[in-house]
Design a protein. Structure first.
Length: 291
């Protein structure tokens, strides 16, 4: 049996690698939005649901930071007292984890600056950075038709939101494009779609609120992992602190309120959010629409 071997030229091999790296690129030219008409009722319902979902995920992302702030606030007053600092030194507990120590003195950790991104030419109106972000996701073709309406910076923000919220679907992409300010549209002169029951003032207010909410959510999503790691280090220190009988006795005699706050942190199992104790609402099954 003879096996046929196909030899690719250097240029052809590069194209294959490029297409595998951005597997959505080959379909971009054929991607168009469906002819379905979206109503004002759809816009209000989808907007309300997505805002509620985003706020819920923001609360979960802030849980580690909230616990860190409780710990720092409880330790701030005792650490101002020389006897307590001497006691920690004698017990080998004088060195706090850096994130916790910074919060105790009221200093927020500085965000790590993002490296500069080299600008690349768009592929059929879609930013290459967006294709790189979405290459491992199943993305319906119509999503890119909505993304094409936006400038590259807005496309990148939309892609980050879809990944963080796990909403890489056409309805969410359509909502993002609908609530994109005219200054961030690829064709700002194109007339905006009008929705029955939604005035221009209401639509403008929805744009502002949705944009501010998404900015805040992306901030929480980008730092959520860092806050979780910082909480792990701080919680390890707190475990050693609260296992020391002399320290606990001193806090109980002089700072009972702060001791109670530290105990509330220990009472929460690691790896579980504050909202985990609340019963989850059963998710309603939705039909997948095929366009």
């Amino acid at each position: 049996m003879t096996v046929r071997r196909v030899t690719l030229s250097q240029q052809a091999a590069y194209r294959v690698l490029q297409n595998s790296r951005t597997r959505h690129a080959a379909l971009l030219e054929k991607m168009h939005e469906p002819g379905r008409v979206f109503t004002g009722t759809w816009l209000r319902r989808t907007y309300t649901a997505e805002c509620e979902r985003t706020r819920s995920m923001m609360v979960e992302a802030r849980v580690p930071r909230h616990r860190l702030e409780i710990m720092a606030g409880a330790l701030r007053v005792p650490l101002q007292q020389d006897p307590f600092r001497r006691l920690l030194s004698a017990e080998g507990l004088a060195v706090l984890p850096k994130p916790l120590a910074e919060r105790v003195i009221g200093q927020q950790p500085a965000p790590t600056p993002s490296p500069p991104v080299e600008a690349k030419s768009a592929i059929c109106g879609i930013s290459p950075e967006v294709l790189d972000l979405l290459q491992d996701w199943y993305v319906p073709p119509q999503v890119f038709a909505s993304l094409r309406k936006m400038v590259p910076e807005r496309q990148l923000k939309a892609a980050k939101l879809m990944i963080a919220l796990k909403r890489a679907n056409f309805h969410y992409a359509q909502l993002l494009s609908t609530l994109t300010p005219a200054s961030q549209l690829a064709d700002s002169s194109r007339p905006r779609r009008k929705f029955v029951g939604v005035t221009a003032e209401q639509l403008a207010a929805m744009e502002i609120e949705f944009d501010a909410l998404n900015d805040e959510f992306l901030y929480c999503a980008s730092f959520g992992g860092i806050w979780a790691l910082e909480l792990t280090a701080a919680r390890s220190y707190l475990d050693r602190l609260m296992e020391n009988a002399r320290v606990v006795r001193y806090l109980a005699q002089n700072f009972p309120e702060q001791l109670a706050k530290l105990q509330t942190i220990l009472d929460i199992p690691m790896g579980r959010g504050i909202l985990a104790r609340q019963p989850k609402k059963p998710e309603r099954k939705r039909k997948h629409l095929v366009f």
